[in-house]
Design a binder for this molecule. Structure first.
Ligand SMILES: Cc1cc2nc3c(=O)[nH]c(=O)nc-3n(C[C@H](O)[C@H](O)[C@H](O)COP(=O)(O)OP(=O)(O)OC[C@H]3O[C@@H](n4cnc5c(N)ncnc54)[C@H](O)[C@@H]3O)c2cc1C
Ligand SMILES: NC(=O)c1ccc[n+]([C@@H]2O[C@H](COP(=O)([O-])OP(=O)(O)OC[C@H]3O[C@@H](n4cnc5c(N)ncnc54)[C@H](O)[C@@H]3O)[C@@H](O)[C@H]2O)c1
Length: 445
């Protein structure tokens, strides 16, 4: 590439949409810069997946120990919130430094500060440092959507929840998507009284609804309240607590409000008016090479306007694709693989490939296994465990969804069968380890 610029490739943002590709790209000798205004690793590493799953481990353990009941001598475990938070912090604190080390040891330069486009090849960092590059990748991710209602500043976002040093007695969550359901699970298990105010009447709309209903019923039995069509109107502070006005003149007294109404593209003060990059409220428009309408500017990860799920593995796949494109390893368009998704409720719901509803519409074979009564799942007494598979006319597995504590591992196991279209004969040749979850999962492929 040219030496006319400071860098061959400059990334704005240091999340999975950039560093997974930027580090190996720098290792090929390409001059790489990464500008990050916060912590290296972005949302997933510092205030998303990793923090959440670290907090959730204790939830999983208490659930399992309570189920195993009188097999254990001290089975009524409870969660110590502050120690759980400290455990989470211990896990995530060292991560940014490790990612920085991976970048710099491959030869990349890290530039700290907020990047703003001056023109198609120039960004200004924190209003003072000018950095130029041949190619620039926008990987600025998403930020929380905030309700535009009176008192909205009294509500908190997912980052605030993941840093709560004391668990509030009453938590009200607005929205019923991923963050709402995962955080409701954690807060409820730790002893908070949780109320979820829904926009409509659907929870986790992208997941198989019979399994979602089972999780909702379970949470209700554990004391979580769901209010459908809540029509939240305002938040106010009254004395020592908060009031949520919703519905038809209804009021809900609470101690803490989580606005979990979705995430929107993070394009704050990026200077996009200075470049020819098309975007709207759903994100940055790219072609099948992740190239924006300004041909030397690309985008990667959550900030892209696309129907791909906004998940870490998808961002990683895109950043690795750009690495191959920029290093000359490929000129082909990006070819997205099957991307599974999971909601870390307790039990979890995971899925990959075609949805059950699409399978039904196409007249494919749908089969459901009741796993709760299968001996392997009875070992830890899982009361809610089932899986549904979709097979095409030739017996290929084309989609699967599972509800169980082990659902993510089961779906990961089956992923190659869907992605590489294993024939029934090929599946039969897979002799796995027994007794294991993976073996049990393959028997459903
Ligand atoms: C609470 C929560 C839980 C999640 N759990 C999961 C999960 O379990 N599994 C999963 O797969 N996904 C999960 N996700 C989604 C996952 O975090 C994202 O898909 C992933 O982080 C996207 O990576 P990214 O690089 O596109 O964006 P980000 O990780 O958001 O990184 C963008 C980076 O850009 C930086 N930045 C922004 N603007 C500028 C600027 N102008 N100049 C310099 N730097 C800038 C930001 O500081 C940030 O570090 C979760 C998300 C949240 C919020
Ligand atoms: N396990 C995971 O992989 C995981 C976990 C957490 C977050 N994430 C990622 O983060 C993204 C954001 O999560 P999220 O839960 O904020 O978004 P989401 O899109 O999953 O859910 C948003 C919820 O807010 C509701 N809503 C929207 N507008 C509203 C309004 N005006 N009033 C009331 N409710 C309203 C929606 O009906 C929906 O229930 C996810 O889409 C996903 O990409 C992934």
């Amino acid at each position: 590439m040219t030496t006319k610029f400071d860098y061959d490739v400059l990334y704005i943002g240091g999340g999975h949409g950039s560093h997974d590709g930027a580090a190996p790209l720098a290792g090929t000798g390409v001059r790489v810069g990464v500008i990050e205004s916060g912590l290296m690793g972005g949302t997933c590493t510092n205030r998303g997946c990793n923090a959440k799953i670290a907090l959730d481990e204790a939830v999983k353990l208490t659930r399992e120990s309570n189920r195993l009941g009188d097999i254990l001598n001290h089975h009524q475990m409870t969660i110590n919130w502050s120690r759980n938070m400290a455990h989470k912090q211990d896990i995530i604190d060292p991560l940014p430094a490790g990612l920085e080390q991976r970048l710099t040891s491959n030869g990349a330069t890290i530039i700290r500060g907020h990047a703003r486009f001056q023109d198609a090849h120039t960004v200004v960092v924190d209003g003072k440092q000018t950095v130029t590059a041949d190619k620039i990748v926008i990987a600025t991710g998403l930020k929380p959507h905030r309700l535009d209602i009176p008192g909205t500043d009294l509500a908190h976002d997912s980052t605030d929840f993941l840093n709560l040093q004391k668990l509030p007695a009453r938590i009200t969550i607005i929205g019923s998507g991923y963050i709402s359901m995962e955080f409701a699970t954690i807060a409820n298990a730790a002893g908070a009284k949780v109320t979820i105010l829904l926009h409509g009447d659907t929870v986790l709309r992208h997941f198989y609804q019979p399994y979602v209903k089972a999780v909702v019923e379970d949470l209700k039995q554990r004391g979580v309240t769901f209010v459908a069509n809540a029509n939240v109107q305002s938040f106010a502070k009254t004395g020592d607590h908060l009031e949520v006005a919703y519905g038809d003149h209804q009021q809900l007294a609470t101690d803490w409000i989580l606005d979990a109404t979705g995430r929107i593209p993070n394009l704050d003060d990026l200077g996009l008016e200075n470049v020819n990059v098309d975007y709207d409220r759903h994100g940055i428009q790219v072609n099948d090479h992740l190239q924006t309408t300004e041909t030397n500017i690309y985008a990667s990860g959550d900030v892209i306007k696309s129907t791909q799920p906004k998940l870490t593995p998808a961002a990683t796949f895109e950043s690795k694709y750009l690495m191959q494109l920029f290093s000359g390893e490929t000129t082909a368009a990006i070819d997205f693989p099957v991307t599974p998704s999971v909601v870390f409720t307790s039990p979890r719901i995971a899925q990959a490939g075609m949805s059950v509803d699409d399978g039904k519409q196409q007249g494919l074979t749908i089969s459901t296994n009741d796993l709760a009564h299968y001996w392997y799942y009875r070992i830890d007494k899982e009361p809610l465990a089932a899986s549904t598979q979709i097979h095409d006319q030739d017996g290929h597995l084309v989609g699967v969804t599972e509800i169980s504590d082990q659902a993510p591992e089961a779906i990961n196991t089956l992923l190659p069968a869907i992605e590489f279209k294993f024939s029934p004969a090929q599946v039969n040749r897979l002799v796995g380890l027994f007794p294991t979850l993976g073996y049990a999962a393959w028997h459903r492929a």
